[in-house]
Design a protein around this ligand. Structure first.
Ligand code: PLP
Length: 382
């Protein structure tokens, strides 16, 4: 009987790396000052803050002045859409993809009550935003186009460069929720032409409750700054005492994931190939969502026909996998991403997401498939 828990839910959160833990411990023990204090301890903390900003900027290949530390991508995404309330009323159309994370979908939809028109770009059966349909929706009165770098449930990478160009051609801004791209694809902000992007620390082996809002050209270049008030930290983009241990951990994580990116990608890809070959060979009729699309290499979303995902998860308690985005708070409903791709409700509800990290090993995915096969033989199909 297996005793070891196998964690394969890294798109939900990742364990902090040893380097991150050490950096945070050092900060808590030795550099616990308030970054706004004028005295020696405060100045020391401020130096560490700015050094962390420099390191984060290096990891994202952007300027230090374009990095704003916050509490995570949910805050960042809300900030982007809320800030549009301050925009010029001549442009009232917001275009988002139908498969965005809920922090984008719901923040955008909330703007409808303020007179904005929010339209959603459809995706193909492979889960890729349809750029031809998008071009019909991105019009002269578009204020902002938003599209994620890669989908958190299927791993499918999106045509962000093309959508960004389409947005800029009509004078609209472009936002990219880049949470699932960093550390999983060759990533440089200088090559991604977006105006604003959002990142999360805990998806890259950094601490939970940390994130980055990237504003191209710095805070003065963003036309709709929110009137958040406080101590002026982060130019009032995220005012309040800095979470310095979190920021140090986040910068360490960002630096770490890009420094060994090609090995990471190779590692992820070989596990993904192994997992998907094993699934296809041993589970007749299983469907890998977005199989032929370009995907981040750590993510596989598979439908096991006839077996609802919540039953599968309940029967494999030692394997941490998911039946959709963790931000759905365990609510049982068909994942909207798969429905948007044209999957039936039954197939969507029979789909699970397996997402690996740099700490995952071959036996994790092999054991998962072999125990799944055994479990399928013992359970009646529904
Ligand atoms: N955007 C995407 C694509 C995500 O996967 C997540 C988390 O699952 C978020 C945003 C929210 O990030 P955070 O947990 O930092 O608020």
């Amino acid at each position: 009987m297996r005793e070891k828990i196998i964690y394969l839910d890294n798109n939900a959160t990742t364990p902090c790396s040893c380097k991150v833990q050490a950096a945070m411990r050092m900060c808590m023990a030795e550099q616990w000052g308030n970054t706004s204090s004028q005295h020696f301890i405060g100045r020391q903390a401020y130096r560490l803050l700015e050094e962390s900003r420099e390191r984060a900027a290096g990891a994202l290949a952007c300027r230090k002045s374009e990095i704003f530390f916050n509490s995570g991508a949910t805050e960042g995404n809300n900030w982007v859409f809320l800030s549009l309330l301050k925009s010029n009323p001549t442009r009232r159309r917001i275009v988002i993809s139908s498969i965005e994370h809920k922090s984008v979908l719901l923040s955008a939809r909330a703007l409808k009550t303020f007179g904005f028109e929010v339209v959603e770009m459809p995706v193909t059966q492979e889960g890729v935003v349809d750029t031809a349909k998008a071009s019909e929706l991105i019009s002269d009165n578009t204020l902002l186009v938003s599209c994620q770098y890669a989908n958190n449930e299927t791993g499918v990478m999106q045509p962000v460069a093309q959508l960004c160009e389409q947005a800029h051609n009509v004078g609209a801004l472009f936002h990219c929720d880049a949470v699932q791209g960093l550390g999983k694809d060759y990533f440089e902000m200088s090559k991604l032409d977006c105006d604003v992007a959002t990142f999360s620390g805990h998806k890259i082996h950094g601490p939970q409750g940390t994130g980055i809002l990237f504003l191209r050209g710095g805070f003065k270049a963003w036309p709709h700054l929110l009137p958040f008030a406080g101590g002026g930290q982060e130019h009032d983009v995220h005012p309040g005492t800095h979470n310095l241990p979190g920021i140090v951990g986040l910068a360490t994580a960002a630096e770490e994931v890009v420094s060994n990116l090609s090995q990471r990608i190779e590692h992820f890809s070989s596990l993904q190939t192994l997992l998907e070959n094993e699934l296809l060979a041993n589970i007749p009729g299983c469907i890998i969502h977005g199989k032929t699309a370009k995907r981040i290499p750590n993510t596989t979303n598979v439908a096991i026909p006839g077996l609802p995902a919540d039953i599968l998860i309940a029967n494999m308690p030692l394997f941490c996998i998911s039946n959709g985005s963790a931000c759905n708070n365990g609510a049982i409903g068909a994942p909207y991403v798969l429905l948007s791709m044209g999957c039936s409700e039954k197939v969507s509800k029979s789909s699970i997401r397996i997402s690996t990290s740099i700490f995952s090993v071959e036996s994790d995915v092999q054991d998962f498939v072999s125990e799944l096969v055994v479990m399928l033989k013992t359970l009646p199909t529904l």
